[in-house]
Design a protein around this ligand. Sequence first.
Ligand SMILES: Cc1cc2nc3c(=O)[nH]c(=O)nc-3n(C[C@H](O)[C@H](O)[C@H](O)COP(=O)(O)O)c2cc1C
Length: 177
Amino acid sequence: MTASRVLHLFICGAGPAKRVQDLLDLAHGDGWDVYCVATDSAVEHFIDTDSLARITQHPVRTTYRTAGNTPTPQPDAVIVAPATYNTINKWAAGIADNYVLTQLAELTGLGVRIVVLPFVNQALARNHAFSQSVETLRNAGVRILFGPGEFEPHPPRTGDTAMTSYPWKLAIEAVRN
Ligand SMILES: Cc1cc2nc3c(=O)[nH]c(=O)nc-3n(C[C@H](O)[C@H](O)[C@H](O)COP(=O)(O)O)c2cc1C
């Protein structure tokens, strides 16, 4: 029997994080062994780390490993979803002031397959900084699912509705192919 491929799922602080189990179901269905890594904002406002640990059978990582903890295996692929305006811009600018950003910087440098599914409204997406960040990360080899037929931003204050059709499936298809 072949070992499962390892997927790292980076979860940022935006509404769809509440429904990240949808992605875990799809990933497990595809045979991925999923390790979740979350930002402080995701943990504070959106996710239940105990529940995600139960589903994945691995603790949710939020910071560096301390002595005695089991190391997380290197990923075969990475999904960042939901990816916030904040994390996308900081990552593209080379800022690594938290665990998620440091890991993303390293994984980008290692050339690991990374797929990003943003969740930003139209007002945030319209910022020049955001377009530049998307372009910078694409030039670095990161696949950003942003644009027609991929993630399309919603009007401000409609995030709760937009969340229900967040295209988790596109991220899984992108790491599959
Ligand atoms: C209820 C709530 C909803 C939010 N929705 C979004 C969102 O849809 N997209 C986004 O980019 N930021 C959203 N934010 C703001 C981010 O959580 C904030 O920028 C945070 O600093 C992101 O941190 P992170 O990128 O480390 O996860 C939301 C915040 C809250 C409290």
